[in-house]
Design a protein around this ligand. Structure first.
Ligand code: NAP
Length: 522
């Protein structure tokens, strides 16, 4: 059956769950109880259809209560990683020739299953990633969106593409898959980003080796099981948890790896890019690297901004999911005429935020992901408190979990580390600018260029920001987090990555190569 025989309604974003509705509340409570009862289960590696156990194990913890083990996973060795690549390489010959319609149908089945098990996935995200209910639900909704959106995109890209016809020739261009893709997601969107990169690879006809983050392998294992249930052949992908530092280089450098889809930190992304660029013995292609990396995202608050709205959205962008989004606002750059008033509002709103276990619906913020992350963030807070003036938060919250108070540090100079380095935690630096022009220069004074926002009522300043605020995702008079698939294709400039716009019309092309065919007919 050809792809043209599939007809799909227009793409629509999956609605977010309103947890004030009693039925939704009971549904997530039931899912949390069910998922909790599965804590401590052991999951296998999946390599080319084989379930594999290793002697060394990886344990993922509940960051709200680290004594709880969410899942026990195998730890792939370099030998197993090589086996996964070889197996994906062998099966590519078959998978790449399956019809696009077949792959699209499987992807739609995956979207359907995700929807059916939405609350369970939410619950795994609450427990393993420390996401509050709404944050977890947004992660699951985004995963559904990626499946639905890329299914439609594949429909558009399957078959011959329009080209000019030369008289006397039949001219054609079609897209082919690349080969074996290594998929390396981060822990902060352990479902959406993992799912997005994986299904983009599979629906375009590539085979994949998925190396999940060591912090969130259970969410990944659940998604791998769902892919099998949706009908993706067990040889079309491998599920390969293991330490990035132990198996990452091998996966990237293997001569049969054709591309790497990575989302994570700047340093790991740069390493992957460097290693992938060096051809290995027997390698027959230039590897493609799709890398989405960190951010140091700024919100500019102009002199005539609606300060109430700006303060609300800065606080939401800075502290939603504990500041652990690549799009999180970590710098507020504020015109000096409204600086004091804005800061007072931000302080008050920040101090009103509740911090506690992610499964408790009373918590606005849950824990940060790990003890290591908590330590690093606290070091930044300590150093930042000397670089600027602490006005809210400023330390850990007592309790077992990895909790940190939402922290605001004012009067931060642009030379400060907390102005320049990605902290990836609930820390907001506030900096004074003498006017809009200097605010824009400060915002652009970063090696990153992922998201940014401006609050202003001056059309000329908004126009200037549209032209000169150098970020992949710019928002005007709204928060800088919460990109929606299809609506806000997502990815950044500079050290934020290769600007591969996830959830946009260019994305699947990164997983394809075009072949042009001309046949003389007269
Ligand atoms: P990370 O430390 O760079 O890890 C990302 C992934 O890379 C993990 O699966 C990790 O595995 C793996 N890895 C580690 N070392 C490796 C190596 N030498 N070779 C290959 N893979 C390796 O990042 P993270 O802490 O998970 O995520 C947070 C970062 O992601 C932040 O910088 C954030 O801004 C960025 N991010 C960017 C976007 C975007 O769209 N631009 C979206 C989300 C997050 P292990 O877990 O086993 O170490």
């Amino acid at each position: 059956m050809s792809a043209s025989s599939i007809s799909l309604p227009e793409f629509r974003n999956e609605p977010l769950t309103d947890f004030s509705v009693p039925a939704h509340r009971s549904a997530i409570e039931a899912a949390l109880a069910k998922v909790h009862s599965e804590f401590g289960r052991e999951y296998d590696l999946l390599i080319g259809g084989e379930r594999v156990k290793t002697t060394e194990k990886l344990r993922s913890l509940n960051p709200s209560r680290p004594s709880e083990i969410v899942g026990i996973h195998q730890k792939a060795t370099p030998e197993l990683a090589a086996r996964a690549i070889e197996s994906a390489y062998t099966y590519f010959a078959e998978w790449s020739t399956t019809s696009a319609s077949d792959r699209i149908r499987k992807l739609l089945a995956a979207a359907h299953l995700l929807r059916e098990h939405k609350f369970e996935f939410d619950a795994w995200l609450v427990y393993e990633a420390g996401k509050t209910w709404p944050e977890a639900d947004a992660d699951t909704a985004e995963a559904i969106d990626f499946c639905e959106y890329y299914a439609r995109e594949m429909l558009r890209l399957a078959g011959p593409q329009p080209v000019v016809q030369l008289p006397g020739e039949k001219d054609e261009m079609r897209y082919l898959p690349l080969g074996v893709g290594v998929i390396i997601p981060p822990w902060n969107f352990p479902l959406a980003i993992l799912a997005g990169m994986t299904v983009a690879a599979l629906v375009t006809g590539n085979t994949a080796v998925i190396k999940p983050s060591s912090e969130t392998p259970t969410v990944a294992a659940k998604f791998a099981e769902l892919l099998l249930e949706a009908g993706f052949p067990d040889r079309s992908f491998s599920f390969l948890p293991g330490s990035g530092s132990a198996i990452g280089d091998l996966l990237v450098q293997h001569p049969k790896t054709r591309f790497i889809a990575f989302t994570g930190s700047r340093d790991v992304g740069l390493r992957i890019n460097e290693l992938a660029a060096k051809p290995q013995a027997g390698q027959r292609w230039i590897k493609r690297v799709i890398a989405e990396m960190g951010g140091k995202d700024a919100i500019i608050v102009d002199a005539d901004a609606d300060l109430e709205k700006a303060a609300n959205d800065v606080v939401a962008s800075a502290f939603g999911y504990q500041g652990q989004k690549c799009s999180a606002c970590s710098r507020a750059i504020v015109d000096e005429h409204v600086y004091d008033e804005f800061l007072a509002k931000v302080k008050k709103k920040t101090e009103a935020l509740t911090v506690g276990p992610a499964d408790d619906p009373g918590s606005y913020m849950g824990p940060v992901i790990s003890e290591g992350a908590r330590r690093t963030i606290l070091q930044y807070i300590e150093a930042g408190s000397k670089e600027g003036k602490p006005v809210a938060g400023g330390g850990a919250v007592s309790g077992d979990g990895y909790f940190i108070k939402p922290t605001v540090i004012a009067d931060v100079p642009s030379s400060a580390r907390i102005f320049r380095e990605e902290i990836f935690g609930p820390v907001l630096a506030v900096t004074k600018a003498k006017d809009f022009e200097s605010a824009l220069n400060l915002a652009n004074d970063s090696e990153y260029g992922l998201t940014g926002a401006i609050f202003s009522n001056t059309p000329e300043h908004i126009r200037q920001a549209r032209e000169r605020f150098f970020v992949g995702n710019l928002y005007v008079n709204r928060k800088c987090t919460g990109a929606m698939v299809g609506v806000h294709p997502f990815g950044g400039f500079n050290m934020s990555g290769t600007d591969s716009k996830a959830g946009g019309p260019d994305y699947l092309l990164l997983f394809l190569q075009a072949k042009s065919i001309a046949e003389r007919v007269a």
